[in-house]
Design a protein around this ligand. Structure first.
Ligand code: UDP
Length: 440
């Protein structure tokens, strides 16, 4: 039965389910099932998602949105992810500079901090946009001209103005939606008066003064988008034990997960070594992201502790690692915090990148979802305490889960669909529509 354009309603009549127990076949009448599925749209709307691999959070947010759109609006969209700062089609200078991001936050955070704060004003942003960021205009304009997207979704603070300019040049009707991926203190460059909607997390108190300039109708408060696997809820008991086994971990050991965002920042090696030396009944999982030197150092350490240290490079199954951890040790990355809270994991936050991660630690600690453990000594003390006190771990896990916003990606997807006149979603079988990188 067809119900409106592109929609189909299928009603499965009552069926008989059989179960075999002790040799007796038992017939049980099942409930009638009403499934609503969309017939694939022959003309999907193309979306251009702008992000950059400065850290891992922007790509993760883009992927979360793509996966959610594919799950809730199967066949309606054709998303294309594009990195105009560091991708192959980008300007050489921008590529070099964005390539230095990981190095600067790991080895010279003060350099990054001074660039961040000196540009965090209207004037600073105007200067950036008329100089360095103007180099992103051409690749974005080319991508828009080639793809004629129905909408542009901007997930990076430095690509919003290129999105708006490209729209003004060729496709005036194309809406631009910006999704802020910072938690508490977004940089001024996220702000663009010409964007049709700016999605800001409700936690972004640093933006409290901005609605006047933005217009309240264009500012929408929704949390950071996380991929569907993180939205699956907290794992405990036998399910967690099974997951730990499947990942090669001891199911009974207190497990500490160490991460440092996409760049593997935040002194992970030092902390892993200290935890392993101090406790002989604690397991450590280290996720190094793109940091190859860190991985090499930890691989050497793993030879000393083969049963208790698991080392990973850049992983695609972060939700699984979070779900099997008792606690997370990390820098205060917004993406990591959003994901860990969806999985209800207590957070030990060791540091923050100056600028965009300022205020994140206080946000987590004030909610009772974690602790600030800047030194190795404070981290060991906290692990020692939590390891022996399950009730405190449980209370922090509960507080962490309360902060989680697993619906955020779906709300953003609905906002985007609404901008394009697509009807509200109906549940469907998830489709494996992996996002396509424009340049690959
Ligand atoms: N991440 C990942 N695999 C890794 C390391 C990190 O998928 O091996 C993801 C992580 O799940 C999160 C993002 O990278 O979504 C890190 O974002 P965050 O904002 O915490 O820090 P950033 O790397 O952007 O500084």
């Amino acid at each position: 039965m067809v119900n409106g354009i592109g929609e189909q309603v299928r009603i499965d009549l009552p069926t008989v389910a059989c179960s075999l127990e002790d040799g007796i076949v038992d017939a049980v009448a099942a409930e009638p099932v009403l499934t609503i599925a969309r017939v694939p749209n022959p003309d999907p709307k193309r979306l251009l998602l702008l992000f950059s691999d400065t850290g891992g959070g922007h790509r993760a947010a883009a992927r979360a949105l793509v996966q959610t759109l594919n799950e809730w609006y199967p066949g309606e969209f054709e998303p294309v992810m594009f990195d105009p700062l560091g991708g192959p089609n980008s300007a050489w200078l921008l590529r070099r500079i964005s390539g230095l991001y990981g190095f600067s936050i790991r080895f010279a955070p003060w350099v990054w901090g001074s660039i961040y704060y000196s540009s965090d004003s209207r004037l600073g942003v105007r200067f950036l946009r008329s100089t360095l960021l103007a180099l992103a205009n051409r690749p974005v304009a080319e991508a828009v001209a080639a793809g004629r997207p129905a909408a542009i979704v901007n997930l990076h603070p430095l690509t919003g103005s290129a999105a708006v300019k490209a729209r003004e040049r060729g496709c005036r009707e194309t809406p631009v939606l910006t999704v802020v991926t910072d938690l508490v203190n977004p940089h001024s460059s996220w702000h663009d008066r010409k964007a049709d909607r700016i999605v800001v997390p409700p936690t972004a108190v640093g933006w409290a003064r901005r609605p006047k300039r933005l217009g309240p109708e264009r500012r929408v408060e929704i949390g950071l988008p996380v991929s569907p696997p993180f939205a699956g809820g907290v794992l405990r008991g036998v399910q967690r034990a099974a997951l730990r086994r499947s990942l090669g971990l001891d199911e009974r050991r207190f497990t500490v997960l160490l991460t440092g965002g996409g760049e593997g920042a935040g002194g992970i090696a030092r902390r892993a070594k200290a935890i392993l030396r101090r406790f002989d009944d604690v397991a450590v999982v280290a996720i190094c992201g793109r940091n190859r030197r860190l991985r090499e150092a930890l691989d050497e350490l793993a030879a000393e502790y083969p049963d208790r240290l698991k080392v990973n490079g850049f992983v695609d199954n972060m939700a699984e690692w979070l779900r099997c951890a008792d606690v997370l040790v990390s820098k205060a990355g917004p993406g990591t915090i959003a994901e860990a809270t969806c999985c209800g994991v207590p957070l030990m936050l060791t540091s923050h990148v100056p600028g965009q991660e300022r205020g994140n630690t206080e946000f987590v600690v004030d909610a009772g979802a974690g602790r600030h453990t800047p030194s190795v000594r404070s981290l060991l003390r906290t692990i020692d305490e939590l390891h022996r006190d399950q009730s405190t771990v449980d209370a922090m896990a509960l507080a962490s889960a309360r902060l989680g916003q697993p619906e955020a990606a779906r709300e953003i997807a609905a906002l985007l669909a609404g901008l394009l006149g697509i009807t509200p979603p109906c549940p469907s079988v998830p489709e494996q529509g992996a996002p396509r990188d424009l340049a690959s």
